[in-house]
Design a protein around this ligand. Structure first.
Ligand SMILES: Nc1ncnc2c1ncn2[C@@H]1O[C@H](COP(=O)(O)OP(=O)(O)OP(=O)(O)O)[C@@H](O)[C@H]1O
Length: 585
């Protein structure tokens, strides 16, 4: 139970509701069982009247009517309290499920990129949905049935022992066997349902990927192969489901068999005791038959509840594994910082933990507030890594990265990131309206702000040409926009937040040189007091920058202005000549 201890704080939060649930359950059980002595009493009265021991017909009739009214009354009261019982326990379990999901989601958001690289999205989703649902089964039904079982068993046993102690002993003998058998069965069911669940996850991932990659599947003519793979997977999934159903089919017959054995024992032992005079009235046997049936479900539920708790324990362990993992990137300063934008790299070395690739080697440079730096280099030379390190998506071990002369590790993380407008290489747009995609950068932005940002990113005219304008809803991953349009919406999103540092990661690659020029000149106007770093493969993006650095295999191999670099032999000069040639052709 050690993993489930994490949930104790939630129990404390809802302690009064849970206590109320306990009281309500006890009341509902007492009233729920009260009808049994009434039935026994009525049977005895009928027996006495038939034997001639009771001669007054009116008194006999009055007793029966009184019993019937009491029976209806107590059952109604019990039903009402059973309703309240569900309203407390199950409602609390839903509240805790909600709280737990929020806690997990918030923690996920705080975890670093490295965590996301190590764990698959499907797994993350499963833990926040499937696993939390399993934990809810412990919080709601498991606790509710435990309380019901305990109260029912205690109340029933008190009633039974009062009526006939020896008969009680015989009739409860099969019940622990029933509980154990149900437990074994539940474990077998659980094992099989875990496998079914895994197959379901595989099927989901497969279908999701094949729909997302439908363009590749179609263009390579892979429909038949994909279809075959799907059929194979769904056949295995069906077989595992059939395995599960076979075991589940034992559940009710087993219960009926064991209830039957208890009933036979009541009739056999009770009958013998009645014949030998150890029991005075037949009503006791009738009462016991009802008691046994009232006890069966609670006792059977012990086995079921045990397996629910075991499943919840396993799920909570998986949830805790993520909850206990510390975000690698931590905020070391509570108070906010005013960011101006000067960026300095001092002898920075950086190696990716998972691939062991040293992406940056002894990198040093400085960009003052208001300046523009361009980073040029071949693919894989470390350009994107430079940008990622400024916003502390990763922390460096060797060397230092400073903003406004302070190590980024000592700045308030929130202030730092809010002052960075980052446009990634692969523009990611949410399945939402264009307006909201741009506003993502600044929640309280007005429509005018959105339009201004879109104008600066040279995408306003395109958006206006859509019939729904800024309200155009983008499909999953923004598929209704062209590559260049996506990049520009993504630029507008960075600009709207009015950050002090703008980081553009090769985000003009999909626009023509004319549009590129328009965007760069607009950016120049709005970023006079801001620091801009542009990563690019194109000279046209870099030529107006205050500084240009050339990266090769993680090293700075050249630096200077456009004018200086085109006069120096090296990568920049070659690239310039090549791109000039292409333009002329
Ligand atoms: N998240 C990552 N985890 C592990 N290794 C990485 C990661 N990102 C990049 N690398 C590796 O680090 C090196 C530098 O990559 P980086 O993305 O910084 O290059 P780049 O110059 O931006 O390339 P491109 O122009 O193709 O975008 C590459 O060898 C790459 O394989």
């Amino acid at each position: 139970m050690k993993h489930l201890r994490t949930l104790n704080k939630f129990f404390l939060k809802y302690k009064w509701k849970l206590l109320l649930g306990l009281v309500v359950t006890i009341i509902s059980r007492i009233f729920g069982l009260y009808f049994i002595p009434l039935v026994g009493n009525s049977t005895d009265a009928i027996q006495q009247y038939l034997n001639g021991e009771l001669t007054n017909y009116d008194a006999f009739k009055a007793e029966l009517i009184q019993n019937i009214l009491l029976l209806v009354g107590t059952t109604l009261i019990s039903a009402f309290f059973t309703f309240l019982m569900r309203q407390t326990f199950i409602v609390v379990s839903r509240h805790i499920e909600y709280d737990l999901k929020n806690v997990v989601y918030k923690h996920y958001q705080e975890l670093s990129l490295n965590f996301y690289k190590k764990n698959r999205t499907g797994d993350l989703m499963n833990r926040i949905s499937e696993d939390v649902t399993k934990v809810r089964m412990y919080l709601g039904p498991a606790i509710m049935y435990t309380v019901t079982t305990l109260t029912s068993t205690v109340v029933v046993l008190i009633f039974m022992i009062q009526a006939a102690p020896v008969l009680t002993l015989y009739t409860v003998i099969p019940l622990p066997i029933l509980s154990f058998a149900i437990y074994k069965l539940s474990v077998a069911i659980q094992k099989r349902s875990t496998i079914v669940q895994q197959y379901l996850s595989k099927l989901n991932t497969f279908t999701q990927e094949s729909f997302s990659g439908i363009a590749v599947i179609k263009s390579y003519g892979l429909e038949q192969q994909t279809d075959n793979n799907f059929t194979e997977l769904s056949n295995s999934s069906r077989d595992k489901n059939i395995d599960l159903v076979k075991v589940q089919a034992f559940f009710f017959p087993l219960m009926v068999l064991l209830i039957g054995i208890s009933n036979v024992l009541v009739i056999y032992v009770g009958g013998r005791q009645y014949i030998t005079g150890q029991i005075d009235n037949l009503g006791v046997i009738v009462e016991f038959l009802l008691y046994v049936n009232m006890l069966t479900w609670p006792v059977a539920s012990i086995g079921w509840v045990t397996s629910l708790v075991k499943q919840a324990e396993a799920s909570q362990e998986r949830i805790n594994e993520f909850l206990d993992s510390d975000p690698e990137i931590k905020n070391h300063k509570e108070t906010e910082d005013q960011i101006k934008g000067k960026v300095t790299f001092k002898n920075v070395n950086f190696t990716y933990e998972d691939t062991n690739i040293t992406a940056l080697k002894n990198i040093s440079f400085e960009v003052n507030q208001g300046e523009t730096l361009a980073i040029i280099g071949k693919t894989g030379s470390g350009k994107s890594t430079v940008l990622d390190l400024i916003g502390r998506l990763y922390d460096v071990e060797e060397g230092a990265i400073e903003v406004d002369g302070k190590n980024v590790k000592n700045l308030n993380l929130d202030s730092l990131r809010r002052n960075i407008g980052y446009v990634p290489q692969d523009a990611f747009l949410f399945s939402d309206s264009i307006r909201n995609n741009i506003k993502f950068g600044k929640e309280n932005a007005t429509d005018q702000d959105v339009i201004e940002a879109a104008k600066t990113a040279s995408v306003h005219k395109n958006i206006q040409s859509f019939s729904k304008g800024y309200d155009t809803v983008l499909g999953e991953r923004g598929i209704t926009l062209s590559g260049g349009q996506k990049q520009r919406v993504s630029i507008a999103r960075a600009i709207i937040q009015n950050p002090q540092i703008l980081l553009f990661d090769d985000c003009l690659s999909a626009v023509d040189t004319e549009t590129e020029e328009a965007i760069l000149s607009n950016l120049f106007k709005i970023s006079r007091d801001k620091t801009t770093i542009i990563v690019s493969h194109r000279i046209s993006s870099a030529k107006n920058a205050d500084k240009i650095i050339i990266l090769e295999d993680g090293n700075i191999v050249q630096q200077g202005t456009h004018e200086e670099l085109i006069k120096t032999d090296g990568y920049y000069k070659e690239l310039y000549a090549k791109q000039l040639n292409e333009k002329e052709m």
